[in-house]
Design a protein around this ligand. Structure first.
Ligand code: ADP
Ligand code: MG
Length: 279
């Protein structure tokens, strides 16, 4: 008997990539339903582009709407500041922490500890880093977290200027991310005019996806999101306009395209539409 060369429905279902909802209205449509499960997504952008809000929204919606616990690793600001900022959107991370739906790791001290003195060696930086990363791993396991945020990656290498040392640091972080297997967003800063999509041009090598946020100052400011890479996903290469409003980030639609149908929902361009109070 000749075996059928057509894949069975069952084999298609088996190979289908499971999707993780982003929690950002409009973004799942751009990504065939969400991030591929287990993806490591680099979220790059200049200061004030909305990276931290995007991360907070991803974790908050994951924990409250989709029953997926998450861990937030902060290397730039103390978790207390992050929590206070997120409360502006009504996202109560303290409550979620108490309910064991969210875990917070304060990795800011890492910056201080990794200040290089003459006698300090790469080994001692890596020693400190590994102990911080094992804290992350334990918390992920304790909570059964499936979502992870590292905000930001370059924060782990604060004051480190040697590229080889930075590579080692990012390699350690990359190993942890693979090990825990969460669907992860990690942020990095784009320095204006550098021509790079990350702070050091290394971070993207840890990522299976790259999304770039930007803020264009035209006659009125325009916030844009661009999915540069998302492994296992057929995504548009359009820029998408987004707004930050009282409920967080909302994708408004492709920039420069009048109207595009995405499944049953319709996303509209920002052009020619009445501006809302969102910024
Ligand atoms: N409640 C809010 N409503 C609308 N916009 C806000 C609100 N809070 C912050 N923003 C905007 O978001 C920006 C900060 O976003 P953030 O995610 O912290 O940026 P990043 O992490 O990329 O530096 C602010 O500069 C401001 O423009
Ligand atoms: Mg930030």
């Amino acid at each position: 008997m000749v075996a059928s060369v057509r894949p069975s429905l069952w084999s298609i279902m088996e190979t289908a990539i499971e999707r993780v909802h982003t929690g950002i209205p409009g973004l799942d449509h751009v990504l065939e339903g969400g991030f591929p499960k287990g993806a490591r997504v680099l979220l790059a952008g200049g200061a004030g582009c909305g990276k931290t809000i995007c991360c907070g929204q991803y974790l908050y919606k994951g924990a409250t709407k989709f029953g997926e616990p998450g861990v937030y690793v902060s290397t730039e600001e103390p978790p207390s500041e992050f929590k206070a900022n997120m409360l502006r959107f009504g996202w109560d991370f303290k409550k979620l922490e108490n309910e064991k739906k969210i875990g917070m790791v304060d990795a800011v001290y890492q910056r201080v500890e990794s200040e290089l003195t003459e006698s300090e060696s790469l080994q001692s930086i890596l020693y400190n880093l590994r102990s911080k990363l094992s804290e992350v791993k334990i918390l992920v396991e304790q909570l059964g977290a499936t979502r992870l945020v590292v905000d930001s990656l370059p924060g782990f290498g604060f004051r480190v200027t040697d590229l080889n040392t930075l590579r080692e640091i990012f390699l350690e972080v990359g190993l942890l991310l693979k090990d825990v297997g969460c669907t992860t967003i990690m942020t990095t800063e784009i320095v204006e005019g550098s021509g790079l999509i990350s702070r050091y041009g290394i971070e993207e090598f840890l990522a299976t996806g790259v999304m770039v946020l930007s803020l264009v100052k035209q006659s009125s400011p325009l916030r844009k999101l661009f999915v540069r890479k998302m492994r296992g996903t057929s995504h548009s290469l359009n820029d998408y306009a987004f707004a930050i409003g009282p409920d967080g980030i909302v994708i408004k639609g492709p920039v420069g395209v009048r109207s595009v149908s995405h499944g049953r929902r319709r996303l509209h361009s920002n052009s020619g539409r009445k501006r809302r109070s969102h910024r």
